[in-house]
Design a protein around this ligand. Structure first.
Ligand SMILES: Cc1cc2nc3c(=O)[nH]c(=O)nc-3n(C[C@H](O)[C@H](O)[C@H](O)COP(=O)(O)O)c2cc1C
Length: 335
């Protein structure tokens, strides 16, 4: 079980936008803080509206929502920080975890992890000037886990709000499994609040990780996208089938109405909704069958009919599936 206000939803570019976060809060619950997908490329003096549209205060619950920046430029980080501070946010998160080669090769995200001097230089510049809390989400290294042991020495010199550690290297992308042992060793070398992220898919996973390390809090990602009842279940809530279907229906209506109001045409609409199902299909007994049915739809009407049929009638899982290295990379990559 997870105690207290310590369960966070991790950010997913293209999926966990404001409508997703708000829908999750309303229909599934269990999440104490929602981390937003990163923003980047904030060049020039002004923050362009299109980059921060998803963070507009009127679309978000400022009290539990944390914007994230991906950058290796102190001025850019400060520009974003000041902008969201003016909007009423209380925390900014810095992404040092993104593993994707087009990001990491430019020494951003997890690609910045081997560059200790650069990380220190950025913190030296931003920390004295920041008006809001600053947290960091990182992987345990780029090529090797050894990076994180050097990095934590640097981070210990600054008053960070929290550190969220996903103990995999950037090079691993999602291969292998997250390493709670590494998390434990890092947590032993710092007094910062340490949040655990990585491969938390079920209560069994929680107990497995807890037997190794004792984080101050938890961040759940694919596990919650696959099985949105997971966060509340980890906090002890019991769900009956009727209320599960009602929650799925409400969430789906919320998400699709947002997409219909915001996006133009069937292609954009389907491109928004289908990736959600690449994860959410795991809420049902036969995920592959569910995902294939969704993937085959070509019009908005056809999609809505199929999605409703699945939500109302397909057998639902009553327990989330624990992490397995074998299927860890299947999300969104079904044949
Ligand atoms: C498609 C995709 C997009 C992601 N976007 C972000 C992002 O914008 N910012 C971030 O910090 N992490 C991002 N992540 C990483 C997840 O937030 C999370 O840290 C990772 O999946 C490990 O947690 P999990 O094992 O609980 O899923 C993304 C992952 C995927 C697969």
């Amino acid at each position: 079980m997870v105690n207290g206000k310590t369960l966070y939803l991790s950010p997913f570019q293209g999926i966990t936008d404001a409508a997703y976060r708000n829908g999750f809060r309303i229909f599934f619950g269990g999440i104490d803080k929602f981390y937003c997908p990163y923003i980047s490329g904030i060049t020039g003096h002004r923050v362009s509206r299109s980059k921060v549209r998803d963070l507009q205060p009127e679309k978000n619950n400022l009290a539990d929502t944390v914007p994230q920046v991906l950058s290796k430029d102190a001025d850019e980080i400060l520009r974003v920080a000041n902008h969201i501070y003016d909007w009423g946010y209380t925390e900014l998160n810095w992404n040092l975890g993104c593993p994707f080669p087009r990001v990491a090769k430019k020494a951003r995200g997890s690609g910045l992890l081997p560059h200790l001097d650069k990380i220190r230089e950025i913190l030296e510049c931003v920390m004295p000037t920041l008006k809001i809390r600053f947290s960091i989400k990182l992987r345990s290294g780029y090529q090797t886990h050894e990076d994180v042991f050097r990095i934590i020495e640097v981070l210990n010199d600054y008053p960070l709000h929290e550190i969220i550690l996903h103990p995999r290297t950037g090079k691993q992308i999602y291969r292998g499994s997250a390493q709670p042992e590494i998390f434990k060793q890092v947590a032993g070398r710092t007094t910062h609040r340490m949040i655990y992220n990585g491969d938390l898919f079920s209560n069994k996973d929680l107990e497995r990780i807890k037997a190794i390390c004792r984080p101050h809090g938890w961040m759940v990602g694919r596990g919650a996208l696959r099985y949105p009842f997971l966060p509340s279940t980890l906090k002890g809530q019991l769900w009956e089938e009727k209320s599960m279907r009602k929650a799925l229906e409400g969430f789906h209506v919320h998400l699709s109405e947002d997409a219909l109001s915001r996006l133009q045409g069937r292609v954009q609409f389907l491109d928004r909704m289908k990736p959600v199902w690449a994860y959410m299909c795991h809420t049902f007994e036969e995920p592959l069958k569910v995902y294939r049915k969704i993937r085959k739809t070509h019009t908005i009407e056809e999609y809505l009919t199929v999605a409703n049929e699945i939500i109302q009638h397909f057998p639902i899982r009553h327990e989330s599936e624990p992490f397995s290295e074998r299927n860890s990379v299947l999300d969104g990559n079904y044949p």
